[in-house]
Design a protein around this ligand. Structure first.
Ligand SMILES: C[S@@+](CC[C@H](N)C(=O)[O-])C[C@H]1O[C@@H](n2cnc3c(N)ncnc32)[C@H](O)[C@@H]1O
Length: 194
């Protein structure tokens, strides 16, 4: 995963955001730009494509120095921290809002997801998870073959959600849905019993 994102950094925007239907892309951008300003943490910020739309005092983390280098250029007003999450290197309650786009869907096990949610809600009062929607014919989870422009190939674990599935999993409410995306806001995390 680390090598995949390091190698993908330069082509990331072109192969993800710029490749999207412009109507979808603009809808997501409007949604992110409308999130409440405050002390905001972007978890797994990538190249900062959405970080630049967040308002307030913005801190962004990513495990990839290659991604962060591009994000720093794009969003000079934000603070960037390299961190392999978990843990998040911040105090309890340091943020009003944690935002994670395209990150939660790559967590492979229920245990990893639980730790991610607990950690995000330790440092922030609320968490908004934005991920790709499950359309008909799309599997809910799979190991996708990703081929980069240099010809290298990686298998990447990825999940797709309906709004109901993500709401149920995060014990939250859908705050954005489109053909391609779903976002759910949550303020609660109950560790699984047993
Ligand atoms: C699909 S990209 C999404 C980037 C950005 N949020 C966006 O929506 O354009 C996932 C990003 O999460 C980062 N990432 C993945 N696992 C991580 C982890 N455990 N800790 C920190 N960052 C991570 C990757 O390096 C990558 O930049």
């Amino acid at each position: 995963m680390r090598e995949y994102y390091a190698r993908r950094a330069v082509e990331y925007d072109a192969t993800s955001w710029d490749a999207l239907d412009p109507v979808e892309r603009e809808a997501v951008e409007r949604f992110v730009a409308a999130l409440a300003p405050g002390r905001v943490l972007d978890i797994g910020c990538g190249t900062g494509y959405l970080t630049c739309l967040l308002r307030g005092s913005v801190v962004a983390v990513d495990q990839s120095e290659e991604m962060l280098a591009l994000a720093r250029q794009r969003v000079p007003g934000a603070e960037f921290v390299r961190a392999d999450v978990p843990p998040l290197p911040f105090a309890d309650g340091a943020f009003d809002l944690a935002f994670a786009s395209g990150v939660y869907s790559h967590l492979e096990t229920p245990g990893e997801r639980a730790v991610f949610l607990a950690e995000a809600l330790r440092v922030a009062q609320e968490l908004v998870v934005l991920d790709q929607a499950r359309r008909s014919g799309r599997e809910s989870e799979l190991w996708e073959l990703r081929r980069l422009r240099d010809g290298s190939e990686y298998r990447v674990f990825k999940r797709y959600f309906t709004a109901d599935e993500l709401m149920s999993e995060l014990d939250g409410l859908a705050v954005f849905t489109s053909a391609e995306f779903v976002a759910v806001r949550t303020t609660r995390f109950e560790p699984p019993r047993g």
